[in-house]
Design a protein around this ligand. Structure first.
Ligand SMILES: Nc1ncnc2c1ncn2[C@@H]1O[C@H](COP(=O)(O)OP(=O)(O)O)[C@@H](O)[C@H]1O
Ligand SMILES: [Mg+2]
Length: 368
C-alpha cells in the first residue's frame, strides 16, 4: 500500500519586502508516497526551492499544513523539530562541504554527539552517546555506499564535482533519513557525471527504500529516475502525474516544452524541413509528429496506415527511449494519401493513443 510520507496542503509562502511582496509558493498541495522518486521541475524562480524548504520547515509557510512522516511539522517544539529534521536529508547544487576538513570528517560531522539506543544485558533499552569507533564504522560504510571508500582522507578541493556530490550524499545519509531532498544537486555537473549521480540516487532509492524529492530545471534528470513528476510555474504546480502519464499526455505548454528538451525535437524538425521530401511537399500530404507511450509502440503503426488506410508514412526522424521500462516514441513522418484516407488514418492514430501534431513544411508557414 502506498503510504504518504509528505503531505503539503495549501502551502503558501509570501516574502514581504519593503516595496513589494513575492508570492513564491501559491497554495500548493503535494503528496509524496514512500518509495517515490518525485521530480519537481520548473524554471529558475518558479518556487521549487522555497516549496521543498517548507518540508523540513527551513522555510515556514505563510499558511497551509505540512505533514511529514506522520508528524504535523508546524506543531513540533524546537527539540522535536530538530529530531524530525534528521529524518529528512538534503543535498544541494554547491555541495556545502567544509573545505578544511577531510571527506571522512565531513561525513562524520552530523553524527558527532548524537545518541544511539543499546539493549543492556538485562534486556533494557537505553540511550547513550555514539562511540568514536561507531562513527568511524558508519563513515566507512557510507563512503563505501557512495563509491568513495578510498578517498576518506582526501580534502574536498582534491575531488571532482561528482565526487564532492557523493560526499554530500554520504553526509546527508549519516542520520539514516527516510527522505532525501535533492535541490538541483546535479545542476553544476556535466551530463555524464549528472547521469552517474542520478544512478546513485536511484540505487539508494532501491537499496535503502529511500524516498527522494528531486528538484531540477532539467527534465532529462526527471526522465532518468523519477516515477512521478510535478511541473511548477510561478509558485504553482500546474501539472502532475506519473512519469508516463506526463510524457504520454502533457496538457500544459510548459510541460510540453520541458519534455521536448529531452528529445532535441526542435533541431530534428529544423533538419527534417531541409530534406527534399518536406521541401517539395504537396497538399494533402503532410508533415506530422507522432508521439506515443507504451502499448501503441508495439502496434505496427506504419504497416497499418498503409494496409488499412492506404496512407504511406515516410519516417524522417525517429527517437524511441525507454521510460520506467516503457517505450516513449517520437517520429517525424510525411504522410501521403487522399484527404479522405488521411482523415481516417488520423482517427485511427487517435484511437491508438498516438498524439498527432501537424507541422508546417517550412518555418515561414508556421509563423503565418
Ligand atoms: N528569502 C527570500 N526573500 C525574498 N524572496 C525570495 C526569498 N527566497 C526566494 N525568493 C523569491 O521567491 C521566488 C521563488 O524562488 P525559489 O524558490 O528560489 O525558486 P526556484 O528554486 O524554483 O528557482 C523567486 O522570485 C525568488 O526571488
Ligand atoms: Mg532553487
Amino acid at each position: 500500500m502506498a503510504e504518504p510520507l509528505i503531505t503539503l496542503k495549501q502551502v503558501d509562502v509570501e516574502f514581504k519586502e519593503k516595496t513589494r511582496s513575492v508570492h513564491a509558493v501559491d497554495h500548493v498541495d503535494l503528496t509524496v508516497e514512500r518509495g517515490d522518486i518525485y521530480g519537481i521541475v520548473g524554471y529558475s524562480g518558479a518556487g521549487k526551492s522555497t516549496l521543498v524548504r517548507t518540508i523540513n520547515l527551513l522555510q515556514r509557510p505563510t499558511s497551509g499544513t505540512v505533514s511529514v512522516l506522520g508528524q504535523d511539522m508546524l506543531k513540533l517544539d524546537a527539540a522535536k523539530l530538530r529530531q524530525e529534521r534528521r529524518r529528512i536529508g538534503m543535498i544541494f547544487q554547491h555541495f556545502n562541504l567544509m573545505n578544511s576538513r577531510t571527506i571522512a570528517d565531513n561525513v562524520a560531522f552530523p553524527l558527532k554527539g548524537t545518541k544511539v539506543t543499546e539493549t543492556t544485558a538485562d534486556g533494557k533499552k537505553i540511550w547513550r552517546k555514539i562511540k568514536k569507533s561507531e562513527i568511524n564504522q558508519k563513515v566507512s560504510d557510507l563512503l563505501e555506499l557512495v563509491g568513495l571508500a578510498d578517498r576518506a582522507t582526501a580534502y574536498p578541493n582534491e575531488l571532482s564535482g561528482g565526487q564532492k556530490q557523493r560526499v554530500g550524499i554520504a553526509r546527508a545519509l549519516a542520520s539514516d533519513p527516510e527522505i532525501l531532498i535533492s535541490d538541483e544537486a546535479t545542476s553544476a555537473l556535466d551530463p555524464k557525471t549528472t547521469s552517474s549521480i542520478l544512478d546513485l540516487l536511484a540505487h539508494l532509492n532501491q537499496k535503502l527504500g529511500l524516498t527522494i524529492v528531486l528538484i531540477t530545471h532539467e527534465m532529462e534528470a526527471v526522465k532518468q529516475i523519477c516515477n512521478k513528476v510535478a511541473v511548477m510555474d510561478e509558485g504553482r504546480i500546474i501539472e502532475r502525474g506519473t512519469l508516463l502519464q506526463i510524457f504520454a499526455q502533457p496538457h500544459e505548454q510548459l510541460t510540453k516544452d520541458f519534455i521536448d528538451t529531452t528529445i532535441q525535437i526542435e533541431s530534428a524538425i529544423a533538419a527534417v524541413r531541409k530534406q527534399p521530401a518536406v521541401r517539395d511537399l504537396q497538399a494533402p500530404d503532410q508533415l506530422v509528429r507522432l508521439t506515443y507511450v507504451g502499448a501503441s509502440t508495439d502496434q505496427p503503426l506504419v504497416a497499418t496506415l498503409f494496409k488499412t488506410y492506404n496512407v504511406t508514412a515516410n519516417i524522417l526522424f525517429g527517437d524511441i527511449q525507454i521510460l520506467q521500462g516503457t517505450p516513449f516514441g517520437n517520429l517525424l513522418v510525411v504522410l501521403s494519401g487522399t484527404q479522405a484516407d488521411l482523415d481516417r488514418a488520423f482517427d485511427y492514430l487517435q484511437q491508438s493513443d498516438v498524439t498527432v501534431q501537424h507541422l508546417s513544411a517550412n518555418q515561414e508557414g508556421e509563423q503565418a
